[in-house]
Design a protein around this ligand. Sequence first.
Ligand code: EPZ
Length: 430
Amino acid sequence: MDRIRIVGGNELAGSIPISGAKNAALPLMIASLLTDDTLTLENVPHLADVEQLIRILGNHGVDYSVNGRREKQQEGYSRTINFSARNIVDTTAPYELVSKMRASFWVIGPLLARMGEAKVSLPGGCAIGTRPVDLFLEGLQALDAELDVDNGYVVAKTKNGRLHGNRHVFPKVSVGATHVLMMAASLAKGETVLENAAREPEIVNLAECLIAMGAKIHGAGTATITIEGVEALSGARVRVIPDRIETGTYAMAVAMTGGDVVLEGARPDLLQSVLDVIAETGAEITATNAGIRVKRNGSGIAPVDVTTAPFPAFPTDLQAQFMGLMTMAKGKSRITETIFENRFMHVQELARLGAHITLSGQTAIVDGVAKLKGAPVMATDLRASVSLVIAGLAAEGETTVNRVYHLDRGFERLEEKLSGCGAVIERISG
Ligand code: EPZ
């Protein structure tokens, strides 16, 4: 199993190209199921989760070609990929595939809307919490779907070939349920109004995609989204937005190690609350024509309290990385997680590097230390792993991060991007 070896202590200087967002690319890829035409997606990151979803969509009959070459997996940064779901050959998403990646449950929306039926395995447990699917099921029922849970599968059908628009209030904000309802309602008969919808930039990106495909959607990016269903959707060409979580991660890395880095192609409007918090810690953040410049000189890191919440607040997907940064702050900070009930697995691994963190329910109290010391650590999930990388870059001596496959799910060419800025970091295979 691959490992990442880091020798910490260097400041970061230079530029890092920001990739297309994983969490935007996945729903856009799934939207290809809504049309028999070709959906071309630009700026798709080359990540394990994307490759896995390509396999899952292939099971339903979605064909794909990368920059015109079928099957050839181009080694490189974000790519343009054509997806074509001319014939849906199977409306079942089996357990073996869905259990590997939770977002694949989202195929239920487009399959049901286009084919009038879908049988999708329940995703099952997940390292960061239970993550149920009740919000999806209630939403689809509001659109008149008939649902049954049988043998671990959700079996969904339309009553007479088509879903029906309705007003639906989500009892809780959910990114995935908003994606699914927006896709499903695009092909439903009549108007759907979604209230208490997620406002994440990835929702806006999906709405842009659906609109380019011919959907009639208003209000994406606000809590109320209105969708006037159409008979059919067509192909389109859409660009995946830059990854705000990757952007925030590297910005925090620079805030921790010190240095001066331009995050090329990053969009400040996608993570303003995060940039404000990083600035409060003492780093200088500037929006430039190229992206975002992050700079920190020798001054200490100021402690800042954060609470995760749906967009536009501080994202849960940057909580672990921020905790990494706070481990070397000059004082105490409180980090409260409100989205997932079990997203503190990085705490004990950061402690192996010398961090002082105590947990009190859903709040971590981080007592900053003057220095961290390198150690072997274990990656437990995607964002937790990268928090260990950030801490390793700032720690004295050598850190080895084991179970790197978590990182490969969501960070494109991490070692290359960081070593290009002066970090000592390498992948050790086997
Ligand atoms: C998306 O997951 C992201 N994944 C997650 O990123 C991210 O952490 C999360 O949104 C929150 O921002 C993708 O976009 C692929 P939710 P999602 O439904 O849609 C509860 C990463 O590291 N809930 O908004 O699954 C749920 O348990 C990943 O890239 C229900 O109770 O998240 C959670 O507490 C991890 N019932 C809350 O809602 C449901 O039916 C928000 O989850 C659905 C969700």
